[in-house]
Write a protein that binds this ligand. Structure first.
Ligand SMILES: *Cc1c(COP(=O)(O)O)cnc(C)c1O
Length: 372
């Protein structure tokens, strides 16, 4: 029997780490503290230290990490936030959730990252924040954004949901902007066994606001609410699991880079467009996204080889029905729209076994040969 090949699978990793994960669960359940206890505090300190940042606030998921960070940075109703449509929908959902308006710029046709040359052209007097996405595991070009933010008095928020441990010119993702939002959704480079998120910042006041916003708006238990907030706490069990997994993060990064290296080797002489790494970037390969002009035929033919792949993401956010009222007509972001029809993801996760990967490489090669 051949097993269907999945784009993501954590079960090999689970087998490997089971004792440590179960010990994490046991530790929390027997601690007497189930909410905002020592595991959340410990993870926050360790994740901040991993970044060389002053603070980390654990929250319930990556979307709310963005929502709370936007609010803590003073972004609210009617403000404009510059971002990309070539991202996971939650980036834009979070902007909408605080009542702000996304202003999209297009992306580079080779790296698929924010085209920072377009940012100055969409700034208005309502612009409050720049929100680049470190898509698929590599950093957007932060230097020009830092410069624009300084010149125009804008906040800079990094969407790091796909880029744990990524670096640009040696600097770790999440430490250039005023704050950075992380997701620990299970598929992410650092994933919990359920939902989780965090905001990293070195600004004391932003961190203090985040801690109030995730706790109804209170500075501590039964304290007065000055600005009504949310309930967006990171769960104690997920935090303790994340502490154990954070110790392994550099190992996960190395494993993902090895998977990427094997794809590059195995697919080099095909007509598939492989991921381009921007100069100065250390890619962490949250996703291994390739491109082919006959994408849909390739995916269909791969099914016959029992290889079922995903597209991340098939619909640019500005074309989704829930955002059509923003008025971004089809054709307004041509590179983003063209990419959406050509990209697809090959299996990528730290526990991907070489024989499974070889099966994928062989299937892709034979499908491409049939099509050409
Ligand atoms: C996953 C993701 C999010 C949202 O994270 P959740 O934990 O699923 O809420 C936000 N932005 C990007 C770019 C993501 O990939």
């Amino acid at each position: 029997m051949t097993m269907a090949t999945l784009v993501w699978d954590y079960l090999a990793e689970w087998e490997d780490e089971r004792a440590d994960i179960m010990d994490a669960v046991e530790t929390v359940f027997s601690s007497g503290r189930l909410v905002l206890g020592p595991s959340v505090a410990g993870f926050e300190r360790e994740f901040a230290d991993y970044h060389g940042a002053a603070h980390c606030a654990g929250v319930d998921n990556g979307t709310n990490a963005l929502v709370l960070a936007l609010r803590a940075l003073g972004v609210g109703p009617g403000d404009e936030v510059v971002t990309v449509s070539n991202t996971a929908a939650p980036t834009v959902v979070a902007i909408d959730a605080v009542g702000a308006v996304p202003k999209f710029v297009d992306v580079h046709p080779d790296t698929y990252l924010m085209d920072t040359d377009q940012v100055a052209g969409v700034l208005t007097e309502r612009t409050r924040c720049l929100l680049p996405v470190h898509l698929y595991g590599q950093c957007a070009d932060l230097d020009p954004l830092t410069e624009l933010a300084r010149r125009h008095g804008l906040a800079l928020l990094e969407d790091c949901a796909q880029a744990h441990g990524a670096r640009r010119h040696g600097r770790i993702a999440g430490t250039t902007g005023d704050a950075a939002a992380f997701s620990f959704y299970p598929t992410k480079v650092l994933g919990a066994y359920g939902d989780g998120g965090a905001v990293v910042t070195s600004d004391d006041e932003v961190d203090a606001r985040l801690r109030r916003l995730r706790y109804y708006g209170m500075a501590e238990k039964y304290y007065v609410v000055e600005t009504p907030g949310h309930n967006s706490r990171l769960d104690e069990v997920q935090a303790e699991i994340l502490r154990r997994k954070l110790r392994r993060l550099d190992g996960y990064l190395a494993a993902r880079r090895e998977v990427a290296r094997r794809y590059a080797e195995g697919l080099a002489d095909t007509d598939l467009v492989l991921p381009a790494v921007a100069d100065g970037n250390d890619h962490v390969y949250y996703l291994y996204v390739v491109r082919h002009p006959r994408r849909d035929e390739v995916l269909e033919a791969l099914k016959a080889h029992d290889v079922h792949l995903n597209v991340s993401y098939p619909w640019p956010v500005h074309t989704m029905s829930g955002f059509r009222h923003l008025g971004w007509a089809p054709g307004s972001l041509p590179v983003t729209e063209r990419l959406a029809g050509e990209i697809f993801s090959l299996p990528m996760y730290a526990g991907l076994a070489p024989d499974v990967q070889d099966r994928v490489i062989d299937a892709v090669r034979s499908v491409l040969a049939e099509l050409s």
